[in-house]
Design a protein around this ligand. Structure first.
Ligand code: IMP
Ligand code: MG
Length: 179
């Protein structure tokens, strides 16, 4: 699988270290609060699983389903909610866990969905933050793992056509893999 990559942006080791740093920061910030991590299916669950185990404070987690990409490498701009949350969110502190902040469409739609449940607070934690000249939706992202250029990446939950999610590193896919 790794041979399908043009280059590795972040190794498994770098990802582990950064995830731990974020977890320590979140553990400090949410001390004594009623934290619920909400991850966005499917890309966010790998990071959620790591982050949850690295947090040193009590919390629960749930998932929402949102889908915007088909077998393409750029967002369709059309986000479909495929699963709502199952746990009550009223008056609780929500931290949305996302693999990547790209156009902002997904996070915008999911945030709107969560607001309906009237939580006490909602913040966003995105493992990757893509630099964009123009973004469809500007949303404040409180916790960011790494900033990356506007390139298509796979691994650590991120897929191309449902493949490569299980790559332990994050890298840029060779062009010939999707042309
Ligand atoms: P947005 O709605 O454009 O912000 O896109 C968010 C979703 O698109 C993410 O949750 C990813 O699933 C997917 N996505 C965005 N950029 C990439 C990428 O570089 N590689 C793989 N998936 C991506
Ligand atoms: Mg996704």
């Amino acid at each position: 699988m790794e041979s399908d990559l043009e280059s590795v942006l972040f190794t498994e080791e770098q990802i582990r270290i950064r995830a731990k740093e974020l977890a320590d920061e979140i553990s400090r910030d949410y001390q004594g609060r009623d934290l619920v991590l909400i991850s966005i299916l499917k890309g966010g669950i790998i990071f959620l699983a790591d982050l949850s185990r690295l947090l040193t404070i009590p919390h629960s987690y749930d998932m929402v389903g949102a889908s915007s990409y088909g077998a393409r490498t750029s967002s369709s701009g059309h986000v479909i909610i495929t699963k709502d949350v199952d746990v009550p969110l009223k008056d609780r502190d929500i931290l949305l866990i996302e693999d990547i902040y790209d156009s902002g469409n997904t996070l915008f739609v999911v945030r709107e969905l969560l607001d309906v449940h009237t939580p006490r607070s909602v913040e966003i934690c995105a493992f990757l933050w893509k630099e964009k000249k123009e973004r469809v939706r500007e949303i404040p992202v409180k916790y960011i793992g790494f900033q990356i250029p506007d390139v298509f990446v796979v691994g650590y939950g991120l897929d191309y056509n449902q493949k490569y999610r299980n790559l332990p590193c994050i890298g840029i896919l060779k062009k010939e893999m999707y042309t």
